[in-house]
Design a protein around this ligand. Structure first.
Ligand code: GLN
Ligand code: ZN
Length: 788
């Protein structure tokens, strides 16, 4: 039987609302021109008040709803997601259930409610009260705030914002589907609070949390919401430290409480979203619950091969449109996958996105500078909505009904496959000819001897991670040059002058290994994307990274090669200003890929090797220009780590391989550095060694060098620069503090291997704190040197 609202093969319970035929799991909330960022930052700066911020947000939500309906989602069937957030969806869930750490309790009123100022304080901290920790959301470059849960957390329904947003939309004529992080994932992604006993697992609080979710569902039902979406991406990973059978038991318990035990009249129908991977064994567990719909990710995951018990009463939402990348889909192929889903015995099959669209920019048609051919291959959020609507129609009314759109999509895919530059035979010949030896350097000991002789550095050499403060003047010059108001020559003169100042400052402070400061780089990835073949950059393609921060990922569309040297001039110029060694500074293959939109038509490992070879050539040119130390940053190495342990080794093989490919061509007396800047190394500790860099700098100040004993125990015996001060805060560390940390470092690692550097680059800092911090760093290094 075909209904206008869904393609349904089984009889539907008449009391159940039908799930929409097509939907998206979420939509960008920052606004096409980053309106939300501007409003939120104005609120923080005191330029607008809470009422004005609320008005701007409501206007944005209205514009989003209208846009989605104009693109073809229906206004009346809950296909428009209510996925707005002022800052972060996990923070939203935390404040909704009253899970605010004790240090912020004074911000709550008697009901546990926070006003907007309080909400932002939990996100950003205040004075000595640290904000919630931030960490990567699954395998994306989006960061969520980590709730702190302990035995003391007093769960209660502390915010009705989600209900109010539903009512607001309803009043404007659009029935939305409120979206909230589901209870199992909420706890899986939380960390134990400061006062929780050792070994405490936030998931242990599930039974106390569920009544609050139940109350929220009741309020939503009372407000008239036919559907709610509970996102449970925690179900697609096995890297969280909770055994899978406990996760599955929690899943059963949660949805028994929310679906089975809450009478249907008292709650909306429930869609459980499982983005970012394959549910694997969690699918039958979820299918056995009484939720009404399940959305599976059919981009990262695959469809079950046979019927799954329990699906016969549910709508299966096939997430065939990629929410995490920007390529137009081959709609015919996607339709085939959806048709196969219909064989699984679900009550109905609907069309969805694999993840929320918050990870892609708004609108590819809003990119006037992009080559029209490239643009014709792209689907940003708005184009993806149309793809979903098209597939839903095709599924309901047959392929012929969308014939023209299917052809158009196939043409786009074919045009992309055949376009010049997508396959570059010279590049492919080079990667095909790679031999094992191309990935390996000679013995570490020989290298160390040769480098020590060449560099003549003191014990505990001091250096920085690369960037110096990006001053207002630098930004102004870049903007003026981009606008055409400042000639290339004048712009480059300004950059050289800036480099001169940065070199002078480092010499004055007494740093041993200098950097050029990265003044000429707009961004550590985009800078290279603009100089390499195979990449394009966008004008308006912003995506939220965290809070009000947005990034504009480059688009990696073709085979990558390096038409000309990229950094040699700048590095050589810097070296000409000083007798001290200057460190060349490059971004590694994995980081370039992680912070770009990557190709979906060739294996990631092939692209990684292409970038690796381009960097290898750059490194050879730097070496030939007399540069003795070259740093290749890989801060995103851990970010792309697969969410299933079984997939991790294959990833580490190609990612580490691309790094060694880039760096293994150098002479023994050229020193290779790398920089990784996260503190959770657990899963990748072996990979750090396998990178085979001579020196690795890592984030370590906030964790008080915790990583070092672990690193030593793993057999790591290379140079290591544990960050001795946290650059994420404007605080200037005292000389004693830095000395303390260094003393800790030389206790757990052979002092001959220790380097002294900040946690990360200084580009977001000002000189007011950078200069004294580096002075203290150098003084502390001298003090500890004398003790050795
Ligand atoms: N070299 C870069 C810098 O100093 C490294 C940045 C990073 O690790 N994210 O800015
Ligand atoms: Zn860093």
């Amino acid at each position: 039987m075909t209904t206008p609202q869904g393609h349904s093969s089984a009889q539907h319970d008449a009391t159940l609302p039908t799930f929409p035929a097509g939907t998206i799991l979420g939509y960008p909330r920052i606004g096409p021109r980053r309106e939300l960022k501007r409003a939120v930052e104005s609120f923080w700066a005191g330029r607008i008040d809470e009422a004005e911020l609320e008005t701007t947000a409501a206007t944005l939500r209205a514009a989003t709803r209208d846009r989605l309906v104009a693109l073809g989602l229906r206004a009346d069937d809950a296909s428009v997601p209510g996925s707005f957030s002022f800052y972060d969806q996990v923070l939203d869930a935390a404040v909704t259930v009253g899970a605010v750490p004790a240090r912020f309790a004074s911000l709550q009123d008697d009901d546990g409610t926070l006003d907007l100022a309080g909400y932002f304080t939990v996100a950003r901290g205040a004075g000595d009260d640290a904000p919630l920790e931030m960490t990567k959301w699954l395998d994306t470059n989006y960061h969520y705030l980590v709730p702190e849960i302990g035995p003391e957390t007093a769960f209660r329904l502390a915010s009705d914002r989600i209900v109010r947003e539903f009512v607001e939309a309803q009043a404007a004529g659009v029935t939305t589907r409120p979206v909230i992080v589901g209870p199992v994932t909420f706890l899986l992604l939380s960390k134990p609070s400061d006062v929780a006993p050792t070994g405490f697992q936030p998931l242990a609080r599930l039974a106390d949390l569920l009544p609050v979710y139940a109350e929220l569902l009741r309020s939503l039902a009372a407000a008239g919401a036919p559907w709610v979406q509970l996102d449970e991406p925690g179900l697609v990973t096995d890297t969280i430290d909770v055994p899978l059978d406990e996760v599955h038991a929690a899943l059963t318990e949660a949805y028994r409480a929310l679906a089975t035990e809450l009478p249907r009249g008292e709650r909306p129908a429930i869609l459980v979203g499982a983005p970012f991977g394959d549910l694997q064994d969690a699918l039958p567990v979820l299918a056995a619950t009484d939720v009404e719909a399940i959305a599976i990710d059919l981009v990262k995951g695959s469809a079950p091969t046979g019927p799954v018990a329990g699906l016969e009463t549910k709508t299966l939402v096939g997430g065939v449109i990629d929410g995490h990348n920007i390529w137009r889909a081959d709609l015919s192929a996607k339709l085939e996958i959806l048709e196969q889903l219909e064989g699984l015995g679900a009550a109905a099959v609907a069309v969805g996105t694999s993840t929320s669209l918050q990870h892609v920019p708004h609108d590819a048609d809003d990119e006037p500078d992009l080559d029209p051919l490239l643009r014709s291959w792209l689907a940003f959020a708005d184009q993806k909505v149309v793809e979903v609507v098209t597939l839903a129609q095709g599924l309901a009314e047959g392929r012929e009904s969308v014939h023209a759109a299917l052809l158009d999509a196939s043409d786009a895919v074919a045009s992309r496959a055949q376009a010049a530059g997508v396959v570059d035979t010279a590049v492919r010949a080079r990667t095909a000819a790679l031999k094992d030896a191309d990935f390996h350097r000679g013995s570490v000991e020989d290298r160390r001897t040769a480098q020590t002789a060449r560099l003549g550095l003191p014990l505990l050499p001091t250096t920085t991670i690369g960037s110096f403060p990006q001053t207002v003047e630098i930004r102004k010059a870049r903007a003026a040059h981009a606008k055409g108001d400042l000639s290339l020559e004048a712009y480059e003169d300004e950059m050289r002058a800036e480099i001169g100042r940065v070199v002078d400052l480092q010499e004055e402070i007494g740093i041993d290994v200098l950097v050029h400061g990265e003044a000429e780089r707009n961004d550590m990835v985009q800078y290279f994307a603009e100089l390499l073949d195979g990449f394009a950059v966008t004008r308006n393609g912003w995506v939220q990274s965290y809070g009000s921060r947005c990034t504009r990922p480059s688009i990696l569309w073709g085979d990558v090669s390096r038409p000309a040297p990229m950094t040699v001039r700048w590095t050589q110029y810097t070296q000409s200003l000083t007798a001290k060694p200057v460190k060349g500074m490059l971004t590694g293959p994995v980081t370039i890929m992680a912070w770009s939109f990557v190709r979906d038509d060739i294996p990631l490992g092939e692209t990684a090797n292409q970038i690796g070879l381009a960097l290898r050539d750059e490194i050879a040119d730097l070496e030939a220009a007399g540069i003795a130390i070259i740093q290749v940053d890989e801060p995103a190495l851990r970010e792309l780590l697969p969410l299933r342990r079984a997939d991790q080794q294959a990833y580490l093989d190609w990612s580490v391989g691309s790094f060694t490919l880039a760096t293994a061509g150098v002479r023994p007396d050229t020193q290779i550095h790398t920089h990784l800047c996260y503190s959770e190394f657990g899963e990748v500790i072996g990979a750090i060694d396998a990178l085979d860099a001579d020196v690795t700098s890592i984030e370590a100040a906030r964790s008080r060098m915790e990583i070092l004993p672990e690193l030593s125990a793993s057999g790591f015996a290379r140079g290591v620069g544990p960050g001795v001060y946290d650059i994420h805060s404007p605080r200037v560390p005292s000389q004693e503090e830095v000395t303390d940390l260094l003393e800790l470092a030389v206790k757990s690692v052979d002092p001959a291997l220790v380097w002294v550097n900040p946690d990360c680059g200084l580009k977001t800092r000002g000189y007011a704190e950078t200069t004294p911090s580096l002075q203290h760093l150098v003084a502390a290094a001298r003090t500890v040197r004398e003790q050795l």
